[in-house]
Write a protein that binds this ligand. Structure first.
Ligand SMILES: [Zn+2]
Length: 165
């Protein structure tokens, strides 16, 4: 028991010390989520009819590589909002990339296994708008993947559902 008491009192002292340290150090300011004004400059070459953007404003305009004077359109932006959206989109793309990679591996493996069941690859049914009606598709996922009855929810074949995993 004495040992346990020691442990508790040591923990207590550490917590006390931590509290004192925190009281002494200035707390970091809470980040303020106010808009950050910035400018995005759209550039258009009237000769080439190309459009691009830049973060750099140039005094007195600029000349395109073709020699024409470039038209500029300045857009006032909230830098924080633009950065938030670009980052969220990149996160989404990364998630999609992982999804696509996993899904590709899944169906590639399945096709290899199916090909092992036959001596040579047979001609395939045509894939068209009637495919869903004429083949045993039980699910089309948000990305258009057609899931057959044979692949779908294998646990149900053992009297289990996906929920009781
Ligand atoms: Zn040009």
């Amino acid at each position: 028991m004495a040992k346990k008491d020691n442990v508790i009192s040591l923990e207590g002292r550490l917590a006390e010390r931590k509290q004192k340290e925190q009281a002494g150090t200035p707390q970091p300011l809470k980040p303020t989520l106010t808009p950050i004004p910035a400018r995005l400059v759209w550039l258009h070459c009237p000769a080439c009819d190309t459009t691009e953007y830049t973060e750099l404003a140039v005094e007195g305009g600029r000349t395109h590589k073709c020699g024409a004077l470039v038209e500029e359109a300045v857009v006032e932006i909230d830098l924080r909002a633009e950065l938030t959206l670009a980052s969220a989109n990149l996160d989404r793309i990364e998630a999609l990339r992982i999804y696509l990679d996993n899904t590709f591996k899944h169906f590639d493996e399945y096709r290899k296994r199916l090909l092992l069941m036959c001596s040579e690859p047979p001609p395939l049914y045509p894939v068209n708008p009637d495919t869903l009606k004429s083949m045993p598709v039980v699910e089309v996922d948000p990305f258009g993947m057609m899931i057959s009855d044979a692949l779908s929810n294998p646990r149900r074949r053992f009297g289990k559902s996906d929920e009781d995993k």
